[in-house]
Design a binder for this molecule. Structure first.
Ligand code: ATP
Ligand code: MG
Length: 173
């Protein structure tokens, strides 16, 4: 029998890059990061849910299916960082409204699932390294132009070699 703790999953909504976009982000990552996150882990978080049980996950999935998002293009054109957390990231200098609206809609969906999600200001970014001693900021040499036409619910799975992510569901924008 599973205990309640085992029944919970660490989940988040995200944009998941296709292979071409992933390769481009990885190339920009290599230019500034000594210890990049694995290419397979590159993603843009829309809403972090934390540990949730199956009932809450079901509620979020139903809510996600009702989100009226539209496809959009996001240009990842600048490096940024959070020095205290040793995070180096790549993000858009001008996030499209549709991206912010998607994150807002998912947040609203979350509140309707009776689940108190943490509301930090949304800073769209792709984490390139979690071990950046001196994250750099400024324009990227060339932007990664990402045509987003879907979003996903991903699970964060800890492992001895570091975290890995498993896409559990996808929704078309
Ligand atoms: P690790 O925590 O093992 O170093 P990680 O941060 O990539 O790896 P998670 O903590 O499971 O893995 O986070 C999954 C995603 O959600 C990441 O994109 C992370 O930046 C984001 N995230 C985690 N915690 C929060 C939070 N409190 N608020 C917003 N986003 C978060
Ligand atoms: Mg984390």
């Amino acid at each position: 029998m599973t205990t309640p703790a085992e029944a919970k999953r660490r989940l988040f909504f995200a944009l998941w890059p296709d292979e071409a976009v992933r390769r481009q982000i990885a190339a920009l990552s290599r230019q500034v990061c000594k210890r990049p996150v694995p290419d397979a882990n590159l993603h843009l978080t829309l809403l972090f849910l934390g540990q949730v049980d199956a009932a809450v996950e079901t509620c979020f999935c139903a809510a996600a299916a009702r989100v009226q998002g539209v496809p959009f293009t996001v240009s990842l054109d600048r490096y940024g960082g959070w020095a205290r957390k040793r995070i180096q990231w790549l993000g858009p200098s001008a996030p499209p409204a549709a991206l912010e609206e998607l994150a807002d809609a998912l947040y609203l969906a979350g509140t309707k699932c009776g689940f108190e999600v943490e509301k930090r200001p949304f800073v769209p970014h792709v984490t390139l390294s979690r071990k950046a001693k001196k994250p750099i900021t400024g324009p990227a040499p060339a932007p990664v132009v990402w045509h987003a036409s879907e979003f996903v619910l991903a699970e964060s799975v800890p492992s001895p070699n570091g975290v890995r992510y498993v896409v559990r569901e996808r929704w078309t924008l």
